[in-house]
Design a binder for this molecule. Structure first.
Ligand code: 13P
Ligand code: SF4
Length: 331
């Protein structure tokens, strides 16, 4: 998946940055000298979001990658996002600052097991959430993100039988809204699965004026106590137009940086997690990316994302199909 792996055995370039440098100015300088753009997901830290050319959710970032006229795309996010950018912009150099930035949800769908699942259930249209490996995408008919999943499923002919992968929670969320014959792969994200129902109910009692807003990757009981369910981009748009002044936010707390920037007069409380390792709901993969790693990645132009030629075109096809349908539906 990555070229020149010998030069960054740890998965990133492990060189100290000269402390006399203004690292953010240096990143800006290299970015214009090298004709590079920095795309950052909402789950990145605030300092990274603030140096990015574009900050967004998975759908918006896929579009930004496809339309980018830069020679280099530096992706501040996780591997499947950088791979999606490479699939949509194959002629560009796509860089990711740390190749250890995986995704537990993407990892919950192994491509050998998935091939067997498809063979055991032939004749079904395969809808795959973008949080998946390129190998899984290459076995899919259409990709979706949490922004467009419902509309993508709805757009498919009523007589088609479906498979939805890999997120059981997003799949179950969609299945409850549509009357479709749909098999759902049993995968999940460790961050969104860990939100504490009891903790959210307790917080809501202490803050009766707060609205509960959650990502569809959360489990059903958590979704059931939510006032609004949506992708990261949809949660941000909701906060901007909603009348509440306080929110309990059931997704990775990086999104709160943009909420604070857009509506600083409002209060945002991260929903509590049952995860005892950090007691928080941060995505450890997203948080592997740092400003220092971005600096070294731009400087050395490594690690570079590389996708096996044999699956490149097949994996890009269902993503392009998603973008075409989303464009038609104005999503
Ligand atoms: P979005 O599609 O809402 O950006 O979510 C991506 C993700 O990884 C959620 O955990
Ligand atoms: Fe993957 Fe979950 Fe992290 Fe999103 S929050 S990138 S689904 S591990």
């Amino acid at each position: 998946m990555f070229k020149n792996k010998d030069s960054y055995k740890k998965g990133y370039i492990d060189l100290p940055v000269d402390p006399s440098l203004n690292i953010k100015d240096e990143i800006k300088r290299m970015r214009s000298e090298k004709n590079a753009i920095i795309l950052a997901h909402y789950y990145q830290t605030g300092d990274i979001q603030d140096i990015a050319d574009y900050v967004g959710d998975s759908l918006a970032l896929s579009r930004a990658a496809e339309k980018a006229d830069a020679e280099i795309i530096l992706f501040a996010g996780v591997n499947f996002m950088a791979e999606t950018a490479k699939l949509l912009a194959p002629g560009k150099k796509v860089l990711i600052p740390d190749t250890n930035a995986g995704c537990s949800l993407a990892d919950s769908c192994d491509h050998v097991e998935f091939r067997k699942f498809l063979d055991d259930n032939p004749g079904r249209t395969v809808i795959t959430y973008v949080n998946s490996s390129s190998e899984i995408k290459a076995m899919s008919d259409i990709i979706c993100t949490s922004t467009n999943a419902f509309k993508i499923v709805e757009s498919l002919p009523a007589e088609e039988k479906l498979i939805f992968a890999p997120d059981r929670n997003l799949g179950n969320y969609i299945a409850r809204m549509v009357n479709r014959d749909m098999l759902i792969w049993d995968g999940a994200c460790h961050v969104h699965e860990e939100f504490s129902l009891e903790g959210i109910i307790k917080l809501k009692k202490e803050n009766p004026d707060a609205s509960v807003i959650v990502h569809p990757e959360c489990k059903l009981p958590v979704r059931m106590v939510a006032d609004f369910i949506g992708s990261t981009g949809a949660l941000l748009s909701f906060v901007k137009k909603d009348k509440s002044m306080k929110y309990i936010v059931g997704t990775e707390p990086g999104i709160i940086h943009q909420m604070n920037k857009s509506c600083p007069e409002k209060t945002y409380i991260p929903a509590p997690s049952t995860d005892s390792s950090c007691g928080c709901s941060e995505c450890n993969f997203m948080k592997l990316i740092t400003v220092e790693k971005i600096y070294n990645t731009l400087k050395f132009e490594e690690p570079e994302v590389f996708i096996d030629e044999s699956i490149m075109e097949r994996a890009a096809m269902p993503i392009r199909r998603m973008l075409e349908i989303s464009d038609k539906l104005g999503l």
